[in-house]
Design a protein around this ligand. Structure first.
Ligand code: C2E
Ligand code: MG
Ligand code: MG
Length: 743
């Protein structure tokens, strides 16, 4: 209320003065009796009504959020009427109280039925017989109008000075009571928050002496309140943060009024834990610091959960080893260290041999167990500074930092191989496992992790190709090979349709009379860019991508057709030998292809000889046996190529009913100088005779070999000494030069 409008006591008569004094005293007593705010206000209303007969007194509160006035107290107005006055929106016709808010000034309406300020509420004025209504603003903190105090008279009249004083006193008392109510409520709220907060709250005075702590503080740190009140909070320090940390904290706190960070603090039991601590300053009206309030959140569990999530993201769940992500990190760090120290570093890519078979036949649980056991054995071979990681299904990657040269790497590789020697006992099964390992060394094989990884991977595949259970260091050549393999693989798809394949034929002769008994068809690939590619290079690739099936079929047809053509040209009767791949046996209808080739060419089945390798028969499966039987039923001959290099077993020779053994050229090569090779060749020939099989020696390059083979009673021979593999026209010419053909 503006002081200028205030009624001066001097304007009141003695009786009025004493009435006002009594009113104020009664209210004061009511406040001291610890009545509730509403009780005090109701009391006030009744007292004022006594001083203004024929009137009712009311208090309305303004809800600034809803922009509406509601009746707080009106003890003499019946509840249903109170309801009708509530939810009042301030505006020009909203009555005296509505206009107090609308115009922000006291409103004295002496005739509600005539005054336009009561336009909207006239029906209520009539209904409740409110003829005059004087309303005074109630002010709260900062002079803001928070409500109205009104006296409504049943007679139309203007307020006297005394009445105005009554209004002033009413409004100011309600203001005080409401203020007090707010304070009490907020104090109650704050103490509730303080007591029930899940965070520890510490309040200190300006010199950082603890004034109070909440119950959570005691729970969190173990100290009862009485032990810490009166002490500075330094006893919580863990010793993990240096003086500069605290210095920075105070500077920031005083600069910004607030500071927050993760901090390690010591509990009463001496243990150290992480907390999130926020400290804020409390200043008085003049800006001087009066309190510090610290709030601690226990982030131990959150930290633990965070650590757990991080662990899961960077470790393999089966072996608990670092995973791809973490090993990359470690390797990259190790590469930097190696660069700084000008030393080497090695990456070992490890793959479990035939793991798929183990998984398929013994189940995934056994497979998992094997991976785990292998990881333990590998770990035992390593130094603390090495990192073993699980890189994928059955792959491990090892980072070996600080390797001066390749010697310790080789030593470790041998240790790893040895560690696999003992069988693994997995449940009821005893399993032997071996590893193929590729090694890439920084800086020679690559300067960064990805390059090294690729190199180690290529070397690992090379170890696998070499028959597994082996390790290989990466070489440039391997990379070229890997690249070439890709080029070959792509080229092979076109080679057939672009007619880049040809067959060369190598004569086979009878050793006793030198007569031609056969020809071996040998595949040649004339690549448009790479030139002549030998079969040993492209056949493994064709086997990998399956194209060998179509190629094999083409070879069969072409070889049969060629022999028939030569027969028609008058060459003597001899056999055509065709090489078969294992893939043709397992993944195609070989019998149908052979049958078709014979039919289409019109070749006698007994003139076709199929060369199998020992590895095909080694599978010894029912399917292979059935195929071999059907081939034999067609009437074709079967020979075993490169005999002696595989796991020869007499039983399968009998079982598969083969006709001929081709003694591998490695034995023939050295048989003149090396007595053990001679012994092997002799043994093969003797065994073959016992089983009634024909023998042919491959790779005969010299006359001495020829005569030695004759002495050992070998039946047939093939080799450069007799003739190289020849294109068809040259083969024809060669045949014609032979005595039997008569040139
Ligand atoms: P293979 O069946 O053992 O063929 C004999 C290999 O020895 C041929 O090599 C031949 O040229 C070579 N050779 C012959 N006489 C001599 C000799 O006196 N000294 C030496 N050092 N080598 C001699 P090529 O033609 O390079 O074929 C290599 C292998 O490729 C063959 O070995 C065979 O396993 C495979 N191959 C060739 N053609 C085919 C085919 O059409 N299908 C399949 N699946 N494999 C084939
Ligand atoms: Mg062969
Ligand atoms: Mg051979």
């Amino acid at each position: 209320m503006r002081t200028a409008d205030r009624v001066d006591y001097a304007e009141l008569n003695e009786q009025e003065k004493s009435q006002i004094l009594t009113l104020q005293q009664s209210i004061l007593e009511s406040m001291l009796q610890d009545n509730s705010p509403l009780q005090i206000i109701n009391n006030l209303c009744r007292l004022e009504e006594q001083l203004l007969p024929n009137s009712v007194s009311s208090v309305m509160l303004y809800d600034s959020a809803r922009k509406k006035l509601d009746v707080l107290a009106a003890p003499s107005i019946p509840p249903e009427a109170r309801k009708q006055f509530s939810d009042l929106q301030p505006g020009p016709g909203s009555g005296s109280c509505g206009n107090v808010i609308y115009q922000q000034t006291p409103i004295f309406v002496s005739n509600t039925l005539a005054d336009s300020r009561w336009l909207d509420l006239r029906h209520l004025a009539q209904a409740f017989n409110l003829m005059a209504c004087w309303s005074m603003p109630i002010r709260g903190e900062g002079g803001r109008i928070v409500g109205t105090f009104a006296l409504s008279s049943f007679e139309a009249r203007a307020p006297s000075t005394f009445h105005r004083k009554l209004l002033e006193i009413g409004a100011s008392i309600v203001g005080i009571v409401l203020d007090r109510r707010e304070q009490i409520e907020s104090r109650r709220l704050y103490s509730h928050i303080f007591d029930s907060s899940g965070e520890s709250i510490v309040i200190t005075d300006r010199s950082q002496v603890i004034l109070s702590v909440n119950p959570t503080f005691t729970r969190m740190f173990g100290y009862p309140a009485e032990e810490v009140i009166g002490r500075p909070p330094g006893f919580l320090k863990s010793g993990r943060h240096g003086a500069s940390y605290y210095q920075k904290m105070w500077t920031e706190l005083h600069q910004n009024g607030y500071w927050q960070d993760e901090i390690w603090n010591r509990r009463m039991d001496g243990t150290i834990h992480p907390y999130l601590l926020g400290i804020s300053l409390v200043r008085d009206a003049d800006g001087a610091i009066v309190h510090y309030v610290g709030i601690y959140s226990d982030i131990g569990r959150y930290k633990q959960a965070q650590a757990q999530i991080e662990y899961l993201a960077y470790h393999d769940s089966l072996t608990q080893l670092p995973n791809r992500l973490l090993v990359r990190d470690r390797a990259e760090l190790a590469i930097l260290t190696a660069r700084d120290n000008a030393t080497n570093l090695a990456l070992l890519m490890i793959d479990i041999d035939h793991f798929k078979n183990i998984n398929d036949s013994l189940g995934h649980r056994t497979g998992d167990q094997l991976i785990l056991e292998i990881s333990h054995r590998l770990q035992r071979c390593l130094r603390d500074t090495d990192t073993l990681s699980r890189h994928g299904g059955d792959e491990f990657l090892i980072v070996l930092p600080l390797m001066p040269d390749n010697d310790p790497i080789t030593q470790l590789l041998d240790n790893i191989m040895d560690s696999m020697a003992a069988p693994f006992q997995l449940g009821d099964s005893e399993i032997t496992a071996s590893l193929s390992i590729g090694v890439a060394v920084y800086p020679n094989d690559g300067q960064d992790f990805d390059t090294l990884l690729k190199a180690a991977d290529i070397a690992m595949y090379r170890a696998k190709d070499s028959g597994r259970n082996a390790w290989r260091f990466y070489t440039e050549q391997m990379n070229d090979d890997a690249q070439n393999r890709i080029t070959l693989c792509n080229g092979l798809r076109q080679a057939l349709s672009h007619q880049q394949f040809h067959l060369h034929y190598q004569p086979q002769i009878n050793l006793t009379d030198g007569m031609i008994v056969g020809a071996e068809a040998l595949l040649r690939w004339q690549h448009p860019v790479l030139g002549n590619i030998p079969p040993n290079r492209f056949i493994p690739v064709a086997e990998d991508n399956g194209i060998i099936i179509q190629i094999g079929e083409w070879v069969l047809n072409e070889a049969c057709r060629q022999l028939v053509q030569w027969q028609h040209a008058g060459l003597p009767r001899f056999r055509m030998a065709v090489n078969l791949s294992a893939i043709q046996f397992t993944r195609s209808d070989l019998v149908a292809s052979v049958k078709r080739a014979l039919e289409q060419s019109g070749l006698d089945a007994e003139l076709l000889e199929l060369e199998l390798t020992e590895s095909i028969l080694m599978h010894n499966s029912e399917q292979i046996l059935a195929t071999v039987k059907q081939l034999k039923a067609l009437g074709v001959q079967l020979s075993i190529d490169d005999f002696g290099t595989g796991y020869s077993s007499l039983s399968y020779l009998k079982r598969f009913n083969v006709d001929k053994l081709k003694i591998d050229q490695s034995f023939v090569y050295d048989m003149v100088n090396n007595t053990s090779d001679t012994a092997i060749v002799r043994a093969i020939i003797q065994m073959a005779k016992g089983l009634n099989l024909t023998t042919i020696a491959e790779g005969v390059e010299h006359a001495e070999q020829l005569s030695l083979l004759l002495d050992e009673q070998c039946d047939e021979a093939q080799g450069y000494h007799i003739a190289r593999p020849l294109p068809p026209d040259e083969f024809l010419a060669w045949c014609k030069r032979q005595p039997c053909c008569g040139t």
